[in-house]
Design a protein around this ligand. Structure first.
Ligand code: PEP
Length: 249
């Protein structure tokens, strides 16, 4: 059986004390719930990690660089994340691709390095609205999966999480229909099976992300190939995020 996961991406929204307060509230609501991850801004990782120590809630980062150390001003190395207790790292989020020039090749390098450091990569893929309207969703997803994961060892692939996030659904209030989300997640699992075998593909949790909230989480997570959700806006409310995590079937 695949792991179920509810991950919150706090993006660039909370300072250190705000992050610690949210972590405290989550500890009350979700401290004993398995399969919950929060990804605060880098600056709040230490404070949130301290609040969550001893709970089931795992710490994740929103990005990292693929080098171990060196003259890379402004970047954060994988070992710096594990030092702070991170177990997960989001890679290739559409906002990184859109605003910071992240490429599939970069995602691939980051994925390999993260896995080598014992971090679980949450690799994000998703089409733009123009792609969907042109009927090109599968082409785009195929390209992102091939480019982001090509040449990875089967053991690396078995240890990752893929998040399908249609870009037009992120922060817009528009969600894919349950059936559309399921269809793309099944397609992704098929791509993984073609490249790495069905055994590996069956082990990879695939999340859906894009305007998930308590009201739609259960239906989305009830789909056969959707093993959890990656939540942006709604993860900033402890009660809303807790309700989403409690909706895991
Ligand atoms: C995200 O950015 O990963 C995301 C899914 O955001 P939102 O839930 O706000 O759409």
């Amino acid at each position: 059986m695949r792991a179920r996961l509810v991950a919150g991406n706090w993006k660039m929204n909370l300072g250190v004390s705000e992050s610690a307060a949210l972590a405290r509230a989550l500890r009350e609501n979700l401290g004993g719930t398995p399969g919950v991850v929060v990804c605060p801004p880098f600056t709040a990782l230490a404070a949130v990690g301290a609040e969550l120590r001893g709970t089931n809630i795992a710490l994740g980062a929103q990005n990292m660089y693929w080098e171990e150390r060196g003259a890379f001003t402004g970047e954060v190395a994988p070992g710096m994340l594990t030092d702070l207790g991170c177990r997960y790292v989001i890679l290739g989020h559409s906002e990184r691709r859109q605003f910071f020039g992240e490429t599939d090749a970069g995602v691939r390098q980051k994925t390999m390095t993260a896995a080598r450091h014992g971090l679980t990569p949450v690799v994000c893929v998703g089409e733009l609205l123009v792609h969907r309207e042109a009927g090109r969703t599968e082409d785009v997803i195929r390209e992102q999966v091939a480019g982001g994961l090509s040449g990875l060892a089967v053991e690396t692939v078995e240890g990752l999480v893929v998040a399908y996030e249609p870009v037009w659904a992120i922060g817009t209030g528009r969600t894919a229909t349950d059936a559309d989300a399921q269809e793309v997640c099944r397609f992704i699992r098929g791509l993984l099976a073609d490249r790495y075998g069905t055994g590996a593909a069956d082990r990879v949790p695939i999340l859906y992300g894009g305007s998930v909230k308590a009201a739609n989480a259960a239906a989305i997570m009830g789909q056969a190939d959707i093993d959890g959700v990656l939540v942006g806006g709604a993860s900033l409310s402890a009660s809303e995020f807790a309700a989403i995590a409690h909706a895991v079937p």
